[in-house]
Structure formats: C-alpha cells, structure tokens
Design a binder for this molecule. Structure first.
Ligand code: AMP
Ligand code: MG
Length: 356
C-alpha cells in the first residue's frame, strides 16, 4: 500500500503521474486512465445504459452501474497495463448529475482511493467536458458551447474560473432531441451509427414555418419548441421529416447565436463544441461557418470523446492533482447534483497536459 498523496515508486520512476477517473453522472459508467506523460490517454472503458423503452429511470441506471462497475474497472486497468499501485490519484465526477447514478461512482471511487491509499479528487462534470475538448483540439482559450443530455451552456474563462455566458432556461438540446424521438417512436436508441435519429429523419425534410425560436438575452429555451413539434406531429404524422429538420435547425441555430454573441463580447478567437451533442455534424458545420467573420478558429472534438467518458474525468483530476486543488477526504466526498462550473477554480488555465 502506498501512502496518501505520494505517487507509487514505479510511477515516480517513469517521471509521470497517473490518475484513474470515474464517470457516472447520467447514462454512462466510464473509467479512464490518464498519464501526465505521452501518450497521456492510457485507457478508456465504458458501458452505456440504454433503456428498452421510455426515459432514463435514475434507480435503474444505478442498478446497471453497480452491475458493470467491476468489469469496467478491470477493463480499464488491463487496457492501461498499469499496476493499480502505479495510480497516484482517483478522480470522480461528483456532479452535476442524477443522484442515484452519481452515488455509484462516488462509492467506487471512495473505496478505490482508500484501498490504494491515494488522494480522492472531486471533478465537476461540465469542466471535464471543457478540459477534454481543450486538450484534444489544441485550442487553449476558447468560447465553449457545451451541449449534452443535461446541459446547454455557453462558457468562457475569466479571472480564475469558467464563467457562464448563457444557458438553457429549461431543457437541454440533447434532452429535446431525445424526448422528441421517444414521443414519436424514432428511438430509443437515439443515436444510430454516430447519428442522432432526429438527424437521420431530417435528411428528407424541409424547413417549416410557425415554430418558436426562443432566445432571451443570452439564454435559450427549448421546451416550447418541443411542445410545438409534438403538436405538429400529432396533427400530421406524415410531416415528421419536416418537423425533425425544423427542430434541428432552430435548436442548433439558437445555440450558435448565443455562442456568437459571447464570442463577440469576450473578444476571443477560438470556439469549441463539447458534450454528447458535439458529435453532430450539422452543429459542427454551423459553428465552423459562424466563426469566419470573427476571424476565429473552430475545431471539433473527436466524436469518441464528445459524450460522457471516464478519460475526461481522469484528465481533469490529473490537472487538479498537479495543481493541488480538488482533493477531498473520502468521508467528505459528497455528490452535488446541481454543481455549477462557475463555482470551481481552474488554476492550470490556459495550460493543459503536455504544455510546459
Ligand atoms: P452526454 O450526456 O454528454 O453523454 O450527451 C448525451 C446526449 O448527446 C444525448 O442527448 C444524445 O442524444 C446526444 N447525442 C449523441 N450523439 C449525437 C449526435 N450525433 N447528434 C446529436 N445528438 C447526439
Ligand atoms: Mg455530459
């Protein structure tokens, strides 16, 4: 057993620090292992909970996570080829997310950090989405559009933290797409061969008039759009491709609009898109066009790392460990279902792993 906060001897010998990260905020139980030295990402193991029908029930997700946790952990350790004693810290996403799901990750992380005698590192899930995108795109000081199953937020760094420059007033973009798909029988599954089922259906569609496009100041709202789309479908199921096209156009355009306004306001020259919906080709295309007149660069995150994963938690945990922040006593590692990213200091910014 190694002592707390001391990298194990073999890790020290290689001159690198290795952190294992656990993600369990929503539908994915993921374990990633990241090293401070190349090749950085040593392991990425994950299992996703996909309900056979209906929405995600937190209790069922938690049961699923409890069943797969051991296998995912073993798979990550075997991919990385590291001895558990080489691990210098255990990072865990403590929020924001669904309580029962978060509790499984927190329990596994507490047990593992105690067993290995290494620090437990609390990671904010939204910040982890930003950090993996900064690391993989090479853009260091961006405006961030974070779009996922639970969030739609525009953020950018200022004075020690990621500040929120706009967000959804109700449901997220991903939730809107998934709910529409579920209610109209297009899904689940919501994503087929890397494409959202609403996107696939929209391929044969055209824009329809009369749907609400809601931007209030810097915030967006999607619940009225979802209701209007479901009503239109009930009235005329034949028009489903047109409704899908319109839903996507309005949903994406409004989020791009608030991102553009943030970019103009903060005067930065980089934009990144992160979160599960960042896997979407059309949204990436819209953002890449939006940045041109601002003389800014846009780079897309690899699809594989757009959605929830353990690597982003390990990466952020490693940055925290190297900068001496985020370390919590296992008995004080409480989950935080509504943990906002603008409550977290990011002292490593604008650097990331590999920057000197
Ligand atoms: P996350 O919670 O970050 O893993 O994001 C999950 C959300 O991303 C869900 O709402 C998915 O439907 C959505 N998503 C995944 N792939 C795509 C895609 N290609 N296009 C649009 N949404 C997607
Ligand atoms: Mg997420």
């Amino acid at each position: 057993m190694v002592s707390a906060a001391t990298p194990s001897s073999s890790a020290r010998n290689r001159g690198s620090t290795v952190v294992l990260g656990i993600e369990s905020t929503a539908h994915t139980f993921g374990v990633g292992i990241v090293s401070s030295a190349p090749p950085y990402i040593l392991a990425d193991a994950r299992r996703q909970y996909i309900p056979k029908e209906g929405g995600i029930l937190p209790r069922e997700v938690a049961q699923f996570f409890s069943r797969v946790a051991g296998d995912v952990l073993r798979e990550a350790l075997s991919q990385a080829g590291v001895d558990p004693r080489d691990i210098s810290g255990v990072a865990v996403a403590l929020g924001p997310g669904m309580g029962p799901a978060l509790r499984v990750g927190a329990t596994v992380a507490r047990a593992l950090s105690s067993r290995l005698g290494v620090p437990l590192i609390a990671v904010n899930h939204a910040i982890a989405h930003i950090e993996i995108a900064r690391f993989l795109t090479g853009l260091r000081d961006p405006v961030v559009l974070y779009v996922s199953g639970g969030n739609t937020t525009v953020m950018s760094y200022s004075a020690g933290r990621y500040r929120v420059f706009g967000e959804t007033l109700d449901i997220s973009l991903g939730n809107m797409l998934d709910t529409f798909a579920r209610e109209t029988g297009l899904g689940p599954p919501y994503v087929v061969s890397g494409k959202h089922v609403v996107d696939i259906c929209a391929e044969k569609g055209e824009f329809m008039r009369g749907f609400p496009y809601v931007v209030k100041g810097q915030d967006v709202s999607y619940s009225g759009l979802l209701t209007a789309a479901l009503r239109a479908y009930k009235r005329n199921p034949e028009s489903l491709p047109n409704i899908c096209y319109t839903l996507r156009e309005i949903g994406f355009s409004s989020s791009v609009e608030v991102t553009e306004r943030c970019l103009a306001h903060v005067g930065k020259h980089e934009v990144i898109l992160t979160g599960g919906v960042a896997a979407n080709d059309e949204l990436n295309r819209k953002l890449s066009i939006m940045v041109r007149p601002h003389n800014a660069r846009f780079r897309r995150i690899p699809k594989k790392y757009a959605g929830d994963n353990g690597v982003m938690i390990a990466l952020t945990g490693l940055l925290e460990l190297l900068h001496g922040v985020g370390i919590v006593e296992p008995e004080r590692a409480f989950i935080r279902q509504r943990w906002r990213p603008d409550r977290v200091d990011v002292p490593w910014y604008p650097k990331t792993l590999g920057d000197v």
